[in-house]
Design a protein around this ligand. Structure first.
Ligand code: NAD
Length: 484
């Protein structure tokens, strides 16, 4: 078998200790790998490279497309960028995959029989980090959900389930509130799900879904969700399963796949040789499966489970602290157990994390036949509180093509030009107001919006943001306002 090139980042804090232990094991398990060592993290930040990645490291990762990464320390304070976020964006790592399991009877946890996989969309949603402040009082962020990005992650979750003999995929969304963004995620889940009739599928509202995961994590199998929800739910699941210190995770994309432990660089115990290398070893198991070296993956994973079963453990989890092993002693114990399988814990084997054929982005937008402009929401910075006074002014800024339909603040209707005498139900408390001008579907042009903007300016009003309103196959691509 040809050797597979892997870029190796030893990281910071306990990183070098747990990476040395992991590489020693990879050398003994029969993995066909060759390494290119790269520098990421604290030492690179200190050179003034704000994303923590040296130019030579980029070259290495672009060549290998595979990175095994120990945790790194992100310096406190402004300006520094998370290496993980940079990697995710630069290499199109659309999926973050985190297996969560319990080690029943061997590592303390309130739950038993947990064996779930969280598949988190990695590039979009509120995590895209698109934020603005355009008035003194108000900030807002953009929640970006694309059909293409959603298809990629949903298809990946179903493919992962099918390849690994998983029974169910659960989608977590909040589409009772965010009907357009989360609604799209849910809709795509339903459409793609039809291609996988062999897999059970359900959808939960994210808050109750998370509560159930905290309560009965053993009932979940594969969970697919958006970026921010996935970030939160993967920590909840790991915490309740008690496996934060032992878990590995992978970031998957077409440009590069990255494997790492879930925990951080643990500066408090760095250099003492006592860190638990299991998280990074589990990440290495995921990597071996990903590159198709399944026999070596299962051998390493099973030796790790057998060693934990034997009570050979590092100080963070050992019941009898006086018998705790150092990082290297633990790794040597795992090495001595290569070839053995756990007797009670679920062993690694077929379907434990087999490589999934990565879905390709597809142009699904062709299925939309018509896109028609209906109007515009113009946001203005207005510090006053009198909605009727403002509404009267803004009514005059509308045109016959694009008349004012309503004025809102924080999503609540504050003024309706058809009922100008009606006082709003709540008092305006912020300085960002949305003026919705709506014309005849399909007859509104960009020029009409420019006329309205000019009118607002002439009225001395400060417009700070414009959102065009469209329908797609007759369905409004914008949310209604409360109180409409
Ligand atoms: P942490 O996970 O490093 O440590 C939390 C606690 O868990 C500490 O008490 C630590 O001693 C213990 N711990 C963690 N891993 C352990 C292991 N393998 N064996 C034994 N004990 C272990 O979290 P933190 O203290 O919040 O973060 C420290 C640094 O790590 C920060 O700079 C943070 O930015 C960074 N970090 C990096 C990553 C990453 O590179 N993926 C992830 C999380 C945090």
């Amino acid at each position: 078998m040809a050797k597979v090139l892997v870029s190796i980042a030893k990281g910071d804090g306990i990183g070098p200790e747990i990476m040395d232990a992991t590489l020693m094991l990879l050398g003994k398990v029969g993995a066909e790998l060759e390494y290119d060592y790269i520098n990421l993290g604290e030492s690179v930040f200190k050179k003034g490279i704000m994303n923590g990645i040296e130019p030579s490291a980029w070259d290495s990762i672009r060549k290998s497309r595979l990175l095994l990464k120990a945790p790194i320390t992100t310096p406190q304070g402004g300006g520094y960028k998370s290496v993980n976020v940079t990697m995710r964006k630069a290499f199109g790592q659309f999926a973050n995959v985190r297996p969560v399991r319990t080690f029943d009877g061997f590592v303390p946890s309130k739950h038993k029989g947990v064996d779930m996989v969280i598949v988190r969309e990695n590039e979009e949603s509120l995590y895209a980090g698109i934020e603005y402040r355009q008035t003194r009082d108000t900030c807002h962020g953009v929640k970006l959900v694309s059909r293409t990005g959603t298809e990629l992650i949903v298809r990946y979750a179903f493919e992962y389930a099918r390849t690994n003999g998983r029974k169910r995929v659960t989608c977590l969304v909040k589409d009772n509130i965010m009907k357009i963004t989360d609604g799209l995620f849910h809709q795509v889940f339903n459409i793609i799900g039809k291609e996988y009739p062999d897999i059970q599928q359900d959808t939960m509202i994210v808050d109750i879904g998370m509560a159930r995961i905290a309560d009965t994590p053993e009932k979940f199998d594969v969970v697919v969700t958006e970026n921010l929800y996935g970030d939160i739910v993967s920590d909840i699941a790991s915490q309740v399963a008690g496996s934060v210190g032992l878990a590995g995770s992978m970031n998957i994309g077409h440009g590069c796949a990255m494997f790492e432990a879930v925990h951080g660089s643990a500066p408090d115990i760095a250099g003492k040789g006592i860190a638990n290398p299991s998280g990074l070893i589990n990440a290495a198991v995921l990597m071996l499966y990903h590159i198709g070296q399944s026999a070596a993956a299962a051998k390493l994973g099973n030796a790790l489970l057998y060693t934990l079963e034997q009570g050979q453990q590092t100080g963070d989890i050992a019941k009898d602290k006086s018998k705790a092993l150092s990082t290297m002693q633990f790794a040597e114990a795992v090495a001595a157990n290569l070839g053995k399988s756990p007797s009670s814990l679920k062993a690694f084997g077929a379907g434990s994390g087999q490589a999934v054929k990565l879905p390709r982005p597809q142009d699904t937008t062709q299925s939309i036949r018509t896109k028609r402009m209906t109007g515009v929401d113009v946001f203005i910075d207005f510090a006053g509180h009198d909605a009727q006074e403002l509404g009267a002014k803004i009514t005059q800024c509308g045109t016959s093509q694009l008349p004012l339909q309503l004025l809102s603040s924080r999503g609540m209707v504050m003024f309706n030009p058809k009922k100008p005498e009606q006082k709003p139900e709540v008092e305006a408390v912020t300085d960002l107001w949305a003026c919705r001008f709506v014309g005849k579907e399909g007859e509104v042009k960009n020029h009409d919006i420019r006329v309205v903007l000019n009118n607002l300016e002439a009225m001395g009003l400060d417009w700070v943001k414009v959102e065009n309103l469209y329908t797609f196959d007759g369905v409004a691509g914008y949310s209604a306002r409360s109180g409409e």
